[in-house]
Design a protein. Structure first.
Lengths: 114, 115
């Protein structure tokens, strides 16, 4: 069964540095998402992406964050000038169509900011 | 705005016993409902979904859930659990209509199956 793949599985970065989290969505999916889960807290929506543009974003997704689909397969989340509170598990998801289609999640990238 | 409440943060249960994980939601519009499971060090795997039609939906691994609109609930059940069902379970909701709608998750319920 096709999977969403995320790399790296664990990223350790110094505070203030930029980090790029990478995702390869399922190939015939059209909608892409990023979520994060701070340790011990809920999974929170960050952003959704369709047709090469952001379709929805949460209050968390401020100017520090950006997303890109640099080629036909990758979907990236860039976090500029990282802060300690950015430490979390970041999940990428994709879905074939719109909201009545389930989102398929990757295994996540654990981001640790030192 | 929509929200999801999972009333139990942890549910301990003995192997082969039945289990119910509770989920309540609030939304001003019609919703689609999902249950996801997260095994240790893994991502979120879809267990089942309610989109429309029959209010009793069956999912993988012997789980089922019942949508109750009047009580705004979507409780997850399994008649007999196994050790391998030990995991974190998340209820999630999204509203119909626009493309790319966000999932709103509950806080999760840790199911701990004991031998």
């Amino acid at each position: 069964e096709p999977e969403v793949t995320q790399t790296p599985s664990h990223q350790v970065t110094q505070m203030g540095q930029e980090v790029i989290l990478r995702c390869v969505p399922i190939s015939n999916h059209l909608y892409f998402y990023w979520y994060r889960q701070i340790l011990g807290q809920k999974v929170e929506f960050l952003v959704s992406f369709y047709n090469n543009e952001i379709s929805e974003k949460s209050e968390i997704f401020d100017d520090q964050f950006s997303v890109e689909r640099p080629d036909g397969s990758n979907f990236t989340l860039k976090i500029r000038s990282t802060k300690l509170e950015d430490s979390a598990m970041y999940f990428c998801a994709s879905s074939r169509l719109n909201s009545n289609q389930p989102q398929h999640f990757g295994d996540g990238t654990r981001l640790s900011i030192l | 705005a929509q929200s999801v409440t999972q009333l139990d943060s942890q549910v301990p249960v003995f192997e082969e016993a039945p289990v119910e994980l509770r989920c309540n939601y609030s939304s001003s519009v019609s919703v689609y409902l999902f249950w996801y499971v997260q095994y240790p060090n893994q991502g979120l795997q879809l267990l089942l979904k309610y989109l429309s039609g029959s209010t009793l939906v069956k999912g993988i691994n012997g789980f089922e859930a019942e949508f109750n609109k009047s009580q705004t609930s979507f409780h997850l059940r399994k008649p007999s659990v196994h050790i391998s069902d030990t995991a974190e379970y998340f209820c999630a909701v999204t509203s119909g209509g626009n493309a790319g709608n966000m999932l709103t998750f509950g806080g999760g319920t840790r199911l701990m199956v004991k031998p």
